[in-house]
Design a protein. Structure first.
Length: 110
């Protein structure tokens, strides 16, 4: 397996899928899937850009093209993102002091 150069992900992806127009279509479709909640096929970092994830998926062989059947194939198990930060914070009521502190002074400024 050739070594992956993380500095040149597009050039590396073009080695896997040499047709740049096809690469663009595949990347945009996969980006859209990730945007709509599809789990990535590679481990990710919090806040990592979806295009970087797509290019890594291509470069690591998780996305391939079967040109004979005109299909795009995804390989491997989806990776569930795990982060230390909670998805939601503890709920608080609208009349609590912390809620008012969060909103700040609501008096009009002139």
């Amino acid at each position: 397996m050739p070594k992956f150069d993380s500095v040149r992900p597009i050039e590396n992806a073009l080695e896997k899928i040499p047709n740049r127009f096809l690469l663009t279509v595949i990347a945009s479709r996969r980006w859209e899937q990730l945007t709509h909640g599809a789990p990535p096929l590679v481990p990710t970092e919090p806040g990592e850009h979806r295009l970087s994830i797509v290019l890594r998926e291509i470069n690591e062989g998780k996305i391939t093209v079967d040109e004979a059947n005109h299909t795009i194939e995804l390989h491997g198990e989806p990776v569930q993102e795990t982060h230390d930060e909670p998805l939601f914070n503890e709920a608080f009521s609208a009349d609590s002091k912390s809620f008012k502190d969060l909103l700040g002074d609501d008096s009009p400024r002139r």
